[in-house]
Design a protein around this ligand. Sequence first.
Ligand code: G4P
Length: 520
Amino acid sequence: MTSERRTFAIISHPDAGKTTLTEKLLLTGGAIHLAGEVKARGQARRARSDWMKIEQQRGISVTSSVMTFERDGITFNLLDTPGHEDFSEDTYRTLTAVDSAIMVLDAAAGIEPQTLKLFEVCRLRSVPIITFINKIDREGRDAFELLDEIAEKLALDTSPMSWPVGMGGLFEGVFNFETKQLHLPEGDGKEYRGKTVQTDGAEDPKLAEYLSADGVERVAEEGLLAREGYPEFDFEAYRNGDLTPVYFGSALKEFGVEAIIDAIAKYAPAPRPQPAEGGEIAPDREEVTGFIFKVQANMDPNHRDRIAFMRQVSGTFKRGMKLTPSGLGKPIAVHSPIMFFAQDREIADTAEPGDIIGIPNHGTLRVGDTLSEKNEVRFTGLPNFAPEILRRVQLKDPTKTKQLRKALDDLSEEGVIQVFYPELGAQFIVGVVGQLQLEVLISRMEAEYKVEAGLEASPFATARWVKGPDAAIKQFESFNRANLARDRDGDLVFMAKSPWDVNYQAENNPELTFSATKER
Ligand code: G4P
């Protein structure tokens, strides 16, 4: 029997507590045994592979990884998304590979810019969201105010599932409306170590034995207001992405962590059908299908190997199976797939829909590729985003053009950058969604390809993929050659000097489409 799957990601603004919550989820899920291991292991891995110097310098995680744990017969696949402010397309793509998300907010900060951006990506795909309001062991904002802010800024109904009995110095525990349990702190650290009181509800007189008079009042009165003032939890509305259940807690002190796991198990969707050309592909399709949402090159600088991360959509994958990548057209045998268990990478023998497997390869697999047994399915919805920052690449040693092109091709394949080869002129142009990607580019070109390059301003502000009938394209090309380039796939791109430029061309070329995203 195959166990149920929950494939999810955590979205948050830097510092809200994603790493801490991840660690506690894995700990509670039994995947790791010591607190602090997520960071420590991350650092060791980075030191070992030492290629992403920026990660170390900034202490941030630029790449995503996959963590798996099991609990009560359910396999949880947690996909890590980079949490820093200048995120890349990598983050977006990781969110295309999950079925639901946990949104972590800092109780003192509420909704922050990065949370908002990531939330919008989830909304695009109707990814259901469970909210965790973290750090209630510290002074935070009023709980009602936080619920209202989520509702207003995200246009999302909020349904409180638990309630903080005070915050900061007044913190006395967490009351769970669903289970009617009161969770209490213990010891000097005021941590949750399992001390739970089962009550008959928020008005149970028993609460007075465990809480101060203020605390009792908080649970009874605020609790009542919270339940009456906000919509009741509605499963369908949550699944449609219209309502978020909200849990209060402290990842650091382990309050609310179990409630989050239970909520994912109980409410979060099992692997969902995925959009494909000609209709959705359901997980119960017999044939093995999946799509590549991420490629990571040079995990080991001594070996030019890459790992392509495939989100499995249907079928039961078995080791050694032959799958055909849509980009290649001929089958490859997947002999050594990698599963990302929390402790270590492990060789997988079988995988189910919702699982992520890593497929080592030498550059044959690319982000957006579909893999399937029969080569009939094409998944859609893994977009390239129009870059917001464009730079010309200036090579320090002109004899290294070949290496430069290799580096740019590889890194664009990984989704670190996009590369544009102008129709006129020799200087390549790179495009990114966030500034940090440029630093990653320079550092990796030097470390991995021994190419020293600088970046200089380009006259372009954004890019649009151009499509239309041949004759119209030809005419457009003849007038705009200086502003045209080809992307890595050879597709035509209009390099625009301003958004106004895009509108102008669109108005004057009604037969053409100028697209800000490109689906592969
Ligand atoms: P991130 O991955 O979202 O960036 O956040 P991370 O978990 O690294 O947490 C950011 C900081 O907030 C850390 O402190 C962490 O210990 C703290 N933190 C996380 N959850 C809670 C919580 O529930 N309560 C309180 N009081 N603090 C919390 P730091 O001092 O920046 O890092 P560290 O040196 O402690 O690791």
